[in-house]
Structure formats: structure tokens, C-alpha cells
Design a protein around this ligand. Structure first.
Ligand SMILES: C[S@@+](CC[C@H](N)C(=O)[O-])C[C@H]1O[C@@H](n2cnc3c(N)ncnc32)[C@H](O)[C@@H]1O
Length: 320
């Protein structure tokens, strides 16, 4: 068994914190290739800190809350939305009789919710701590320039071993540079989930700007890191999700069934940052592994304790 230092560090910290490893994340999402199952990275995969950028009415966020209502232990969810529609304001209201707010329905019982009423480029959002999020989902503006900037801004906020993802990864077949791992396999945009005025299910708008931003970011920002892009398929039915315990498939649907992209922040990131990428030349001694796991557990506990303290950033909140 040969492990590089960074591989060892990654395995130790992931295991000690009880979070799925890169291999486990990819295996799970390849077996369950729909965005609905991103919530299982929290429920089953040990993720505890997530963010959705561009939440609109809060339906996809609600999916995460509902799916994690019975999870073991507390978790955190941050939402960035500059133009909160009425649905979102209702969801964020304090509990009141007859209210459909998350608080009234007990969906906020185990989660610390943070709502940032601002653009993803706002300095207060950009001041969120680096390497602190297990999962960030980009679904705000969908033009090339915004998505590319968000990738630059939000990638550092994902911890090593976490996932950066985003919605609307599909084209109408336009040429997009694909000199990156996973980039040749770009799905075609399907049809809108609702018919137009004439009753026709029209083909959903191309998201070539999103795809180009993701590919270019991979090639330009991270050469040599061997990061790979993956995507979901969204070929679920209400029944297929219900059979997995998700009886609210409407919260996962938008106007389209466009796939989502996702990138696991691999240990390669650590290797690139390390001054010496030397690998262990000998079999890793089991005693050393146990020692490192104890160390990882200690570090994990320290981080957990620190994260439970009040945050320096007290973002704007609605109804909480
Ligand atoms: C497609 S909707 C999000 C849908 C939601 N994620 C879901 O799955 O139900 C896009 C949202 O992004 C917001 N948005 C647009 N530009 C943004 C930006 N620069 N930063 C953050 N959010 C933005 C819009 O106001 C809109 O509500």
C-alpha cells in the first residue's frame, strides 16, 4: 500500500471526520446520478456545511432540509439570493399558525440556516471562510462571465474532499473546448418541463456559457491537478425518487430537467500546494496510520468546536 503524504492526509481527515472519501462520493453519485441525491452527501456522507448560490423560491434548499430532517447531528446551510421571491420569504418566516415556513414545519430544527440577500459577487459573501464548505451548488446567474467568476470565487471555499457543483450543464451541440477530464461528455439540453402557450414542449435554452465556464476554469485555473468534471442525468420519475425516500420530486424539478455538473476537490489540490510532492517509498506502517488517524480525529474535533462558535460574519437574515 503506497500513499503519498497528501493522500494519507486526505484519507485520515476524511475518515476521522466521518465524511465520505472522494471515491465514495463518486461511486455514490455514479450509482445515483440525479441532483436530488446531492442531499445524501449530507444525510449519509457526513457533509455538514453546504451552500446554494441562487436559491430562487427555496425549493431545492427545502429538498436538502427535508431529506436531512432526521440526520444525525447538526448541520449548516447557507443560501445566497439577491432577489428573494415571495415563496422564499414565506419559507424563511418565523413559525406561525398555518404558516408554510420551514420553522413552522420543523424543518430548521437541526440546521443552522444563513440567508445572504445579495449577489454572489458581494464582498460579504466572498468573505465567507475558505476551505469551510463541504458542498457548494452554483445556480445563480447562468452566463459565462458570472459562472466563471463564481468558480474562481467559490472554489477556495470548498474544503479538500468536498464538492463544487452547479446547475444547467448542457448544450445544443455547440463546440466547447474540452481539453479537461470528463469534458467530452456534455449532455444535450432536453425539453422544458411545461408546454408553451401552443402546448408544445420546447427544447430548453442552451447553457453553453455554463459549460464553457466550467471547462475553461478546469483548463486555465487548475492545469495539472487532474480535476474531473462529472454530470448528473435527471432521468428520475416521481416513483423512482419516492422509492429512495424522496416523496417531493417537485422540489427537485425546475422548468427543465437540465443536468448538474460537479467536481470533487481532490487531494491533488493539496499536492499542488505542497512544496514537496514526495511519496512514501515504503509500505505505510499500520502504527503510523493509527497515529495519523488519532491526529486527524483531534484536528477534526478542534475544527468542529471552532465552527460551533459564533461566526464573525453575521449576514443579513430574514425571519430568523
Ligand atoms: C434558476 S434560479 C435558482 C433555482 C434554484 N436553485 C432551484 O433549484 O430551485 C436562479 C436564481 O439565481 C438568482 N441570481 C441571479 N443572479 C445571481 C447572482 N449574481 N448571484 C446570486 N444569485 C443570482 C436569481 O435571482 C434566481 O433566483
Amino acid at each position: 500500500m503506497r500513499l503519498s503524504r497528501s493522500e494519507l492526509l486526505f484519507v485520515v481527515t476524511s475518515t476521522a471526520a466521518g465524511k465520505w472519501t472522494e471515491h465514495e462520493i463518486l461511486a455514490y453519485l455514479e450509482a445515483n446520478p440525479q441532483r436530488a441525491f446531492f442531499s445524501r452527501l449530507f444525510r449519509d456522507g457526513g457533509f455538514t456545511n453546504g451552500m446554494e448560490v441562487g436559491v430562487a423560491g427555496g425549493r431545492f434548499s427545502e429538498h436538502f432540509l427535508r431529506d436531512n430532517a432526521g440526520r444525525d447531528g447538526p448541520w449548516r446551510w447557507t443560501m445566497v439570493e439577491p432577489y428573494p421571491p415571495r415563496d422564499l420569504r414565506h419559507r424563511l418566516e418565523p413559525p406561525a399558525a398555518g404558516s408554510l415556513s420551514w420553522a413552522a414545519r420543523g424543518l430548521d430544527a437541526n440546521v443552522e440556516l444563513t440567508f445572504l440577500e445579495m449577489l454572489s459577487s458581494d464582498a460579504r459573501a466572498l468573505a465567507l471562510p475558505n476551505a469551510s464548505f463541504d458542498f457548494i451548488y452554483l445556480d445563480g446567474a447562468h452566463d459565462y462571465a458570472n459562472v466563471k467568476q463564481e468558480m474562481v470565487d467559490y472554489w477556495p471555499k470548498v474544503r479538500v474532499g468536498g464538492v463544487l457543483a452547479g446547475h444547467d450543464y448542457c448544450t445544443h451541440g455547440e463546440h466547447v473546448p474540452h481539453a479537461c477530464i470528463g469534458c467530452k461528455d456534455v449532455p444535450a439540453c432536453g425539453v422544458y418541463t411545461h408546454p408553451d402557450a401552443s402546448g408544445t414542449f420546447r427544447r430548453a435554452k442552451t447553457q453553453v456559457g455554463v459549460v464553457r465556464a466550467v471547462h475553461e476554469w478546469l483548463v486555465e485555473q487548475n492545469p495539472g491537478l487532474n480535476l474531473a468534471v462529472h454530470h448528473t442525468l435527471e432521468d428520475f420519475t416521481a416513483e423512482s425518487l419516492a422509492s429512495e425516500g424522496i416523496s417531493w420530486h417537485d422540489l427537485v424539478l425546475t422548468k427543465t430537467r437540465n443536468p448538474s455538473w460537479y467536481i470533487v476537490k481532490t487531494r491533488g489540490t493539496v499536492e499542488a500546494a505542497a512544496s514537496s510532492p514526495a511519496t512514501f517509498q515504503h509500505e505505510t506502517h499500520p502504527g503510523l496510520l493509527v497515529l495519523c488517524m488519532c491526529l486527524g480525529l483531534f484536528v477534526g474535533l478542534q475544527l468542529w468546536t471552532r465552527s460551533a462558535r459564533p461566526r464573525h460574519i453575521r449576514p443579513e437574515r430574514i425571519g430568523r
